[in-house]
Design a protein around this ligand. Structure first.
Ligand code: NAD
Length: 250
């Protein structure tokens, strides 16, 4: 795989879970990495220190991606301190679970604003400078639920379904500028997003039973595909949703 040396990556929600694994993997491939976080500064700084220990440049930058003003402040800071973002990974996401009839307006707004609006406006900022540079990567961490309903969080499924069309809209008009735009779609992956539900062994057994590969993924099972999509080896892949789900969607 070609090296990402000299490229600047920004990964949202990268203090833990899948985002952390992606930030570290991109750094291993040679990229400098901006580690975005919303609230947990210490975790993000720890990830940034690990990246610096690999000899790369890194910084933990706060922004709540559900707020466009925060996104603009983050990009202004990053562009001033590091230069334009070459690889954007939209990873930040939330997944509140409830029955369709029990979701309130605040939860609706939080899910859509974090998962969909945040990804859109981060991509918008990144695409502007990528178009000028004639090279760029926008990779969004969507979900197998961009294709199939969840049965436990309609809002989450709706937001990820939106991410599928967001990515294809952008890929159709921006791939001509040397930019590729793709989604990775994890299946069940062991992180804080599902720690509570997977703590019930009976629930975990039910989930595993549905996965043809027979096990729940770790964040490190997701990250290498993002690094591949960021590389020049993947220059002809755009507008794709790549499922990393052990066959769960089947
Ligand atoms: P996680 O809860 O560990 O990570 C989510 C990250 O997003 C956290 O760092 C959190 O602080 C950050 N975040 C949340 N709201 C934010 C905001 N407003 N601004 C900035 N950051 C914010 O869970 P994860 O599983 O690592 O989730 C990462 C992505 O993977 C999400 O988009 C999620 O939907 C997706 N995903 C996860 C699974 C899974 O089974 N774990 C499956 C499919 C997709």
């Amino acid at each position: 795989m070609s090296s990402l040396e000299g490229k600047l990556a920004l990964v949202t929600g990268a203090g833990r879970g899948i985002g952390r694994a992606i930030a570290l993997d991109l750094a291993r491939a040679g990229a400098d990495v901006v580690v975005n976080y919303s609230r947990s500064r210490q975790q993000a700084e720890e990830v940034a220190r690990q990246i610096e220990a690999m000899g790369r440049r890194a910084a933990a930058v706060q922004a709540d991606v559900s707020q466009k003003a925060d996104i603009d402040r983050m990009f202004d800071t990053v562009e001033a301190d590091f230069g334009p973002v070459n690889i954007l990974v939209n990873n930040a996401g939330i997944e509140p679970r409830a029955d369709v009839c029990d979701f309130d307006e605040a939860t609706y707004d939080a899910v859509m604003n974090t998962n969909l609006k945040g990804a859109f406006f981060c991509a918008q900022r990144a695409l502007r400078t990528m178009r000028q540079a004639g090279w760029g990567r926008v990779i969004s961490v969507s979900s197998l639920h961009e294709l199939t309903p969840t049965g436990f969080s309609a809002l989450y499924g709706m937001s990820k379904g939106g991410m599928a069309l967001m990515m294809r809209e952008m890929a159709k008009t921006y791939s001509r500028y040397g930019i590729t735009i793709n989604n990775v779609c994890p299946g069940a992956t062991r992180t804080d997003i599902n720690r509570k539900v997977l703590a019930d062994p009976a629930y975990e057994a039910k989930v595993v039973e549905k996965i043809p590969a027979g096990f729940i993924a770790e964040p490190e099972d997701i990250a290498p595909t993002v690094t591949f999509l960021a590389s020049n080896a993947a220059r002809y892949i755009t507008g794709a949703s790549i499922f990393i789900d052990g066959g769960l969607w089947l």
